[in-house]
Write a protein that binds this ligand. Sequence first.
Ligand code: RAM
Length: 332
Amino acid sequence: MLRKVQMLALPMLLATLMAGVGAAELKKDLKIAFLPKQINNPYEVIADEGGMTAIKEFGGIGKVVGPSDAGASSQVQYVNTLITQKQHAIVIAANDANAVVPYLKKAQAAGIKVVTFDSDTSPDGRQIFVNQADSEGIGRAQLQLLAKLIGGEGEFAILSATPNATNQNTWIKWMQEELKKPEYAKMKLVKVAYGNDDDQKSFVETQGLLQAYPKLKGIISPTTVGISAAARYLSTSPRKGQVAITGLGTPNQMRAFVKNGTVKAFQLWDPGQLGYLAAYAAAHLAAGNITGKEGESFDAGKLGKRTVGKNGEVVLGPPTTFDASNIDNFNF
Ligand code: RAM
């Protein structure tokens, strides 16, 4: 009996020790600043909290600063301030692939490590991009899910975030690629609308889509702000039940709309884990343990060992599909 317990305990002990080694590689007091797309977006808030949890674990000094709108250059002034403050690393969900790059380069020249997460910049802006999941997979899966919900037939629209958001634009590109397959011959993309990750604008854009396209069968909103505003609009519209809304949403924001039948299924990953992983990547860069080259690996606390892939990309993992059968198992 005792031997059995010991045998079971040994791997656990080893795992604990190995997890500890990763944190020990990180010197204390690393200053790491999170710069989300916008500070009042619930998704970004969860992601930033995940980052702060990780930073606490390895004894760093974390903070979150950022704009209240997701405009292309809204983050520039924050990057400049973080450079002046001599942060060790900046973790940014970029509102534009290029607008912040000259400033991020300035940061790098000053010895500050830069990690993008959620929404990337051009590769010269950062050392590592922590991606929520494989971008092609996210895009294709969104279209596949909508096709299932509308029986593979009918007009649909996309309600996106801002027109310049790197993450949404990449996913939309892959949706359009997927749409070329013969099995979608009866589906037609009629419009890509932009709610700018602003709740009110997304709500009004949804109203506009329903008015402009009386035969509309579906909306894909690959943004947590967009999908929740679209669902709120549809929930009190006479078109409820005729139009399928899907996309990327947080279970907590979407729960009521799944329960009242407005939304059948949508997807996401855990934004908290995304921020957590990004913080570890930033810390290991700042500690000099990694440089962002393909093949390097680092310890990411409870997420285990992670490896840097092509183009400095680190991937969190596949998304989950939420529906009435599982949504109550998730709380974020
Ligand atoms: C919004 C933001 C974010 C995106 C999620 C899915 O909160 O646009 O960048 O990743 O949606």
